[in-house]
Design a protein around this ligand. Sequence first.
Ligand code: 3HC
Length: 311
Amino acid sequence: ELSPEEQQFNDLIAADSRIEPRDWMPEAYRKSLVRQISQHAHSEIIGMQPESNWITRAPSLKRKAILIAKVQDEAGHGLYLYSAAQTLGTSRDDMTDALIAGKARYSSIFNYPTPTWADMGSIGWLVDGAAICNQVPLCRASYGPYGRAMVRICKEESFHQRQGFEILLELMQGTEAQRQMAQESVNRWYWPALMMFGPPDDDSPNSAQSMKWKIKRHSNDELRQRFVNMLVPQAAVLGVTLPDPDLRWNDETQMYDLGEIDWTEFHEVLAGRGPANAQRLQRRRDAHDEGRWVREAAAAYAVKIAARKKN
Ligand code: 3HC
């Protein structure tokens, strides 16, 4: 026999309505949202590092300005998402402490290095392109604060994706050396970008329940397929080759058949043994230590303001 609150929750989900912070919700729903939204926020913050590696070395003032704007956007995305997670009762300190302690997940994709400028193009075109495929459906997530954060984030992501595509297009219309740099970068980022969508559907423990709760609207494989279908014609415009020899159009399914993804690599990266996991965490820890004085000053200032209001 369902309690009236549980019935009300189920009715809201069934009617495709929003669950708001003050609504009753099953503890498991709350827990899974804190899990996903905090990981999403961590991804945005760690995701600033690969690109910030090129802010001081961008090839022109225009590229430098665009890259600074993009990295700044990602900090903002992290802020919206940490705030959305806090409406579920977790605190910013708890989430930050978990990340600093190496106990929190963040997207596997940010554990890869960015050795060339072309990586700024591949990250925009492939990583932000994949992020858009994953985030547009999340605008309709049943939890209000999460869905609404996604609407704002998706608007900014499309600029991120466009500028990445444009960097690669410019390189592919450049010298032979620039064309090779672009192709070599796409070769490194293509498969890790497909892994961003998560494990195959038959190995995705959270999907079934997440889809029942209308948090996840499409399965991992469905979104991965949608991304590749979108990518192939864009690769043709760029003149780059996607590094999957088994990629081919399937007339029957009207979709592209993909080659095998190396899930061992995926699990290695998730276990902290990716190419740049240690460096990313260390940089985040250093930033936390270097920023301690700002947090202390802000807290002291807040106490002063509160005391002044009282008198
Ligand atoms: N990186 C790290 N961990 C991953 C992962 C990835 N690419 N894909 C899956 N996982 C983890 C899951 O978190 C889960 O572990 P957990 O139970 O400890 O959380 C486990 O692997 C099994 O995966 P499931 O498919 O069962 O998990 P989900 O149902 O949560 O699906 C997801 C995974 C599709 C990533 C989902 O969590 C999601 O949509 N998250 C929000 C989107 C997100 O985080 N995107 C990161 C993009 S980065 C970004 O947006 C920055 C951009 O601006 C550049």
